[in-house]
Design a protein around this ligand. Sequence first.
Ligand code: GLN
Length: 233
Amino acid sequence: KNAGANSTQKTYVVGTEPYFPPFEYAEENNSKNIVGFDVDLINAIAADQGFKVQWKDLEFDALIPALQSGQIDMIASGMTITEERENAVDFTEPYINAGLALAVAVSNEEIKGVDDLKGKVAAVQQGSTGSHEAEKLKAEGKIGDIIYLAHVNDIILNIQNERADFTINDLPVTQAFMSQNPGVIKIVDDELTSDSYGFAVKSGNTELLTMLNQGLENVKQDGTYDQIMTKYF
Ligand code: GLN
């Protein structure tokens, strides 16, 4: 690659909520450097397609509005492809499977599955598919109250101090938390739903969508995707 070609490369702003290991998180406490599966994958796609990226840190429920208003060009934030979101943004092809799991404190002997949640309090991430699932169960009278929090760590704290009885969150994220912090929570149902993540662009931005899909296909074929997989899982 020559400097001339690089200087003409376009820069796209990527929105992410970087408190979601192993997909996007600060390298160390207080570090501004965001690392993770999504970060490596987007960087690999950008290198393949010849564009540059600039990361922008936003709360999860601010990502779609930021994309619609043009503040960011794409979302790479462990975002589950849903029908509702498809109405607001355009998703790439799915890039990883990540359904919802039900988790409780390791010491909880009472909750063994969804049928044991009557009157129990959920801690979920604001605007996440886990929160949507909790709302569905609540409407059906199958659970008690819902506590909404910004980040995964806050969810765990609420389970630890017994303000909440359970959480519904993405399986790979829950598993990553458990392997980093053994003895805190356990999974009692690992397939509440089967979903997958996609990167999102503004509705109608076919130029960027095509590059992302083409890049994704290329990095899957050349082995880069598998390397990133092995690095984080
Ligand atoms: N995958 C979940 C969703 O899309 C949570 C994503 C996240 O918190 N980054 O709602």
